[in-house]
Design a protein around this ligand. Structure first.
Ligand code: GDP
Length: 297
């Protein structure tokens, strides 16, 4: 399960301070040193760790006194609050356009889980919000990707818009939006092309789609298992496209958690959803506070 190593280390660290009726500056220093090592080992971005530890230290040393908690518990509360705010604080929602359809662009590198997540998101929108999404196959370079989305669409019993591989992604997107209006689909989810690495051609194409369809959301799908690489990918997609949020996939795997803990701090964009498995119902809203509780025990 994700974060196991990090959770173990942080829990044993905070256990030491938990019962203390008096917490000295030395205690805080020792605890933050352990927290720092645990985060670095979990592959959290170096600068993010540095800032995090600094904030915890400042708050834990000069902390406000709460009568219901022991000083040890108060220090833990600070760690939990900071961990929550590191991952984005309040959980964010999906945009709704003033006029239907709401358009969501799914972007990301090949293999991150973009197509699967497109299906999962459509499923969630229908199940939880009673929406009627139209899925759009805009990866014109890989016929297999179009086929994959069509298969997902038939599993879900949802329409998939495709014009094959000969029409430009911009035109596909525009025509899909027209069809959605005609057929009363209130969400259009565009599965764009992915590459193995970030490259200019891909970014140009995505920018063109963005400029033309003016999406309400641009969700970047990244693979949590790739740790720091996921953070770097998020940084470059965000620079080029000004994404609105991140979907972190494969959090059910044995990830060290670095991506989940660094992405918000590095890009200032929230993680909106977490992929928790390959099945179409395994997408969850990302709750920073719950995640922090899970990590801290
Ligand atoms: P794309 O190239 O980005 O469109 O990636 P795909 O959607 O084809 O997914 C690549 C692989 O990752 C597939 O085998 C998916 O089943 C798998 N996958 C996607 N999301 C998750 C997830 O949240 N958990 C797990 N375990 N596997 C996932």
């Amino acid at each position: 399960m994700a974060f196991e190593g990090l959770a173990d280390r942080l829990q044993s660290t905070i256990q030491k301070i938990k019962g203390k009726g008096k917490v000295t500056e030395q205690d805080v220093k020792e605890m933050t040193r352990e927290v720092r090592l645990a985060l670095l080992e979990a592959d959290v971005n170096f600068k993010v760790v540095k800032d995090f530890v600094k904030r915890v230290k400042e708050r834990a040393v000069g902390q406000e006194v709460m009568e219901s908690l022991t000083p040890g518990q108060q220090v833990i509360k600070v760690v939990k609050e900071e961990l929550t705010s590191l991952m984005g604080g309040e959980q964010s929602k999906i945009a709704v356009a003033d006029r239907s359809p709401t358009v969501i662009m799914m972007v990301g590198l090949q293999g991150a889980g973009k197509t699967t997540t497109t299906g999962k998101l459509a499923n969630l929108l229908r199940k939880k919000y009673n929406r009627k999404p139209l899925l759009v196959a805009a990866d014109i370079y890989r016929p297999a990707a179009i086929k994959q989305l069509e298969t997902l669409g038939s599993q879900l019993g949802m329409p998939v818009f495709s014009l094959g591989t000969e029409v430009s992604p911009v035109e596909i997107a525009n025509k899909a939006i027209e069809q959605a209006k005609a057929e009363h689909n209130d969400y259009v989810i565009i599965d764009t092309a992915g590459r193995l690495h970030v490259d200019t051609d891909l970014m140009d194409e995505l920018q063109q789609i963005k400029t033309n369809v003016n999406p309400n959301e641009i969700f970047l799908v990244v693979d949590a298992m790739t740790g720091q690489d996921a953070v770097n990918v998020a940084e470059s997609f965000n620079e080029q496209l000004d994404i609105s949020g991140v979907v972190l996939t494969k959090l059910d795997g044995d990830t060290r958690g670095g991506a989940a803990l660094s992405i918000k701090a590095v890009t200032d964009k929230p993680i909106k959803f977490a992929g928790m498995g390959e099945k179409l119902d395994e997408l969850e809203a990302f709750h920073p506070e719950r995640m922090a509780s899970r990590i801290l025990g």
